[in-house]
Design a binder for this molecule. Structure first.
Ligand code: NAP
Length: 544
């Protein structure tokens, strides 16, 4: 195709999840032209793909929603404290329709190459389907958990029964009734799916390699009066989510945390008070449990105290002592792997039709046509569910050819791990922005809070460039190095690196072990981004 026949846009966006949708809306507001390419057949990103039984958000509905439009936040009615996947997908569709975004989205198009043309100072974007367009800017709204990870187990493809993957669930109804079902994995996806599958399966075997910490969601139908009251004070709640100590997951509305301006540290309270705080957070429900004692993620002995609290809960809930012991995580500090938020997860192991198989005692040796063979037994299955995670944060970006200045591929620039300035921009890749990229709080935060902040920042930056006659922006090498060093220093001041989790790339063979998200919290991060913008985008180089 000749260059002249290419369609030219101000901005090309990859991905039509919440990040891509809001980005498109803001760019329209600037009067810019934009095209989104989306691999799926509809909007929603992670909520389009993750349709497994029990899929719902682990952040509260009124916090996990857009705050940019007061009309939108007032008119949309969430039905439960933690929304189910279909309702969140419905919300994404509503946003796309309400703001007339669909006409600029090309669905079913996977971007495979994004190449910077130094002469034209534009990005050429091509899709597997043969589209070729250019944009002055290219914005990656590709999500942090969008590339599924299959387990490397011998014989996986030989299984002749039904096989489902949590993150690529069929759009048709899947039933389990009277079937012998096996599920591999006990991360957030599995912990949500297991109680729901157990309700209808004849027999459910959970193949657990590493137990995970999980806290009760305490989900409920939302009370309209409570919602109205919350909505009448929405700005204050939003500000709290954006700047408070809970990383955007919700209001720390338990005594005495609600009034505390600073986190309450373990050495400022006695163990009885610490128990009370944890109990209050446990009873309240949700991921903010980790914020109940402010140094849980920093201090090994505080963390052990919190771990013991959860172990005791597991032993109280689960009737069979051996199963309870197997379910108690012991190889990582609590919170250093993503905390799970569940509805009756541990209670499910008291059902007669559910059995936990501890793979640390008896690893899987292979999968055959009829089931899973472990070191000690063969489990016959009709259905096998894989909930084995993602190539997180970098998977989607490195799955494309992203070619910057001097023909450098992003995957080469990131061979030793992702390097970016603020998680927004990469040296050598001008006019390319990553929404919730590695080096930003992203997966450690309520994603909607982080998405809105990044989109607003990018919008401000593009406006600044237009106002000042700049046509390109690039992160400075030294600013990027300093930021990467700072992200590492912050992580090393916490217990996160001890988690051996997907935060570190530890679940993907050969992936560099680098702690990818920025662990200082959404409030401090926002402040840094704002200061950099106010200082004329310190650390970036502009060209006219
Ligand atoms: P995950 O947390 O990475 O869990 C994957 C599970 O599969 C782990 O238990 C892992 O065990 C197991 N596994 C992988 N390979 C295996 C093998 N060969 N043999 C046996 N077990 C194997 O993935 P996820 O559950 O999909 O969750 C990923 C992230 O998505 C979450 O942490 C969360 O951020 C997000 N998420 C959010 C929600 C929500 O909002 N509610 C829901 C789902 C997911 P090992 O630990 O031993 O490797």
């Amino acid at each position: 195709m000749s260059i002249n026949s290419e369609e030219c846009f101000d901005v090309v966006i990859v991905g039509a999840g919440f990040a891509g949708l809001y980005m498109l809306h803001r760019l329209r507001g600037l009067g810019l032209t934009a095209r989104i390419y989306e691999q799926g057949d509809d909007v929603g990103g992670t909520w389009y793909w993750n349709r497994y039984p029990g899929a719902r958000c682990d952040a509260e509905s009124l916090a996990y929603s857009f705050g940019f439009s007061e009309e939108l936040e007032q008119e949309w009615q969430w039905s439960e404290r933690y929304s189910r996947q279909p309702e969140i997908l419905q919300y994404a569709k509503h946003v796309a329709e309400r703001f007339d975004l669909l006409r600029d989205i090309h669905f079913g198009c996977r971007v495979n190459s994004v190449e910077w043309n130094e002469q034209r100072r534009r990005w050429s974007v091509t899709t597997e389907q043969g589209d070729r367009v250019t944009g002055q800017y290219c914005i990656m709204a590709t999500g942090c958990l969008s590339v599924p990870q299959l387990p490397a187990i011998e014989g996986l493809d030989s299984f002749a029964g039904n096989r489902y993957q949590a993150s690529q669930w069929p759009h048709q109804e899947v039933t389990f009734s009277s079937q012998r079902v096996g599920i591999i994995g006990t991360g957030s996806s599995a912990i949500q799916a297991i109680p729901v599958i157990a309700e209808s399966a004849g027999k459910l075997t959970v193949f657990q390699r590493t137990p995970n910490f999980s806290v009760p969601a305490k989900n409920n139908l939302l009370n309209r009066d409570w919602v109205n009251q919350f909505k009448s004070n929405y700005r204050a709640h939003r500000e709290n989510h954006q700047k408070g100590i809970g990383s955007g997951f919700g209001d720390l509305d338990i005594e005495p945390l609600a009034e505390a301006r600073e986190p309450i540290l373990m050495d400022s309270i006695d163990s009885g008070q610490a128990e009370q705080l944890l109990q209050a957070a446990w009873t309240r429900g949700g991921a903010i449990f980790l914020g109940a004692i402010g140094d849980t993620m920093m201090n090994e002995s505080t963390n052990q105290f919190v771990q013991k609290f959860v172990h005791d809960k597991i032993r109280t809930i689960v009737n069979d002592p051996e199963t309870a012991t197997s379910l108690c995580p012991g190889n990582h500090p609590i919170g250093t792997r993503r905390i799970c938020v569940d509805i009756d997860y541990f209670e499910t192991y008291n059902r007669a039709n559910v059995r936990l198989l501890d793979l640390r005692k008896s690893p899987i040796s292979k999968i055959t046509a009829t089931g899973v063979e472990t070191a000690s037994e063969f489990v016959e299955l009709d259905t096998l569910v894989l909930a084995t995670g993602f190539d997180a944060m970098t998977g989607a970006l490195l799955g494309m050819d992203i070619i910057g200045q001097d023909g450098v591929q992003l995957r080469d620039a990131w061979a030793e791990g992702p390097k970016s300035y603020l998680g927004l921009s990469v040296n050598g890749f001008p006019n390319l922005f990553t929404i919730t990229g590695p080096g930003s709080p992203s997966v450690l935060s309520n994603m909607l809070v982080s998405i809105e902040q990044h989109v607003d920042w990018i919008t401000g930056c593009i406006t600044y460039m237009g106002d000042n006659g700049f046509t390109s922006i690039c992160a400075d090498q030294s600013a990027q190095e300093q930021w990467v060093g700072h992200v590492n220093d912050v992580a090393n001041g916490t217990l996160f690196p001890k988690g051996g989790s997907w935060y570190l790339g530890a679940n993907v063979k050969g992936k560099p072990r680098v702690f990818m998200p920025y662990a200082a919290g959404v409030g401090p991060y926002r402040e840094i981004c704002d200061q950099i913008a106010e200082a004329g985008y310190r650390g970036f180089r502009f060209s006219a």
